[in-house]
Design a protein around this ligand. Structure first.
Ligand code: SF4
Length: 308
């Protein structure tokens, strides 16, 4: 049984460092994969497309979760007696059926299927949009073909208490033959930056624009400062979420779905994206309008106080 290393990349600094570490150890004999949620900043696609060219490493395969089958089943359920038995009114069913069509954008389709957006308590996005497509499209077929697969993950212990409890390597509970491997577990953010420098690779430009993380744009866990940046300088992302909220509300029974959970802004009612964008410009729990929020943002505001 031969071993195959599979590095999950996202365009962020830690997964890029994992890609570079694997490149150093294997000379490029590995697979790299990116789970495209369809809710990414264009800089992520550009960065990942450039990475193999800049390093001589392997091309990065993109996988995208497909929800068309699940949406079809949801439509069938809504058209059956079961929906009415669960209290759906005919007008709610008609409205949901009108919205419930696969868009081809994995993030939106997952939310249409569920009738809600992910939240910190129900973070189904990571599982359905990232973990599952990598597992089913890349890792599982390799294992079924007789390989042992090591899943490289750019995780560092100093990121959070949860992550500090991870083992560097352990058999994956998800699939026999799969090993979860975290080669950066004891690395600091300085180690990650040094690895980029050693290969002459810039960090993803989103960091120098003030973002502390690279992931969905926005991520459901985005903090107030990141939301403020998006609301001020990336209004296309606000427009996108506004359109998604209209569709997901239609697909839901109660029409209350909002991208950010109510707890995000501590508001007394769920806030739609424009309300969240306004809140991001405020200070003191949203009561005072923050003039500083409208000033040009400083450059090189990098997580950990580092910059290139
Ligand atoms: S980056 Fe955020 S929104 Fe995207 S899958 Fe991860 S937790 Fe969910």
């Amino acid at each position: 049984m031969s071993r195959i290393d599979v590095v999950s990349t996202s365009g962020g600094k830690d997964s890029t460092a994992a890609y570079l570490e694997c490149l150093e150890r294997t000379g490029g004999d590995f697979l790299a994969v990116f789970a495209d949620t369809g809710n990414e900043h264009p800089a992520v696609y550009e960065y990942l497309a450039e990475l193999p060219r800049r390093t001589g490493g392997p091309e990065i395969r993109t996988v995208r979760a497909d929800f068309s089958g699940r949406i079809e089943k949801r439509r069938a359920w809504l058209q059956s007696d079961a929906a009415e038995r669960r209290g759906w009114k005919p007008e709610q069913i008609a409205r949901a059926l009108d919205a419930l069509h696969p868009s081809g954008t994995p993030f939106l389709d997952a939310c249409l299927w569920k009738g809600l957006f992910p939240s910190r308590k129900r973070q189904f996005c990571t599982e359905f949009l990232k973990r599952a497509p990598i597992l089913t499209e890349v890792q599982e077929p390799l294992i079924l073909a007789g390989h042992e697969v090591w899943s490289w993950q750019g995780v560092r212990a100093d990121e959070s208490l949860n992550r500090s409890k991870y083992a560097e390597s352990a058999p994956s509970p998800e699939l026999e033959g799969l090993t979860d491997y975290r080669p950066l577990l004891t690395w600091t953010v300085q180690d990650v930056v040094a690895m980029h420098h050693r290969h002459g690779i810039p960090l993803n430009p989103l960091y120098s624009q003030g973002f502390g993380r690279v992931g969905c744009f926005p991520c459901i866990n985005a903090n107030k400062a990141e939301l403020r940046l998006i609301a001020r300088e990336h209004t296309w992302a606000i427009d996108k979420i506004r359109e998604w909220e209209v569709l997901v509300r239609k697909a839901s029974k109660g029409q209350l779905a909002t991208f950010f959970h109510q707890s995000h802004t501590s508001a007394t009612t769920p806030q739609q994206i424009d309300g969240v964008a306004r809140w991001s410009m405020t200070r003191r729990g949203g009561k005072t309008f923050d003039l500083m929020a409208h000033m040009p943002s400083p450059t090189c505001v990098l997580a950990g106080g580092l910059c290139e």
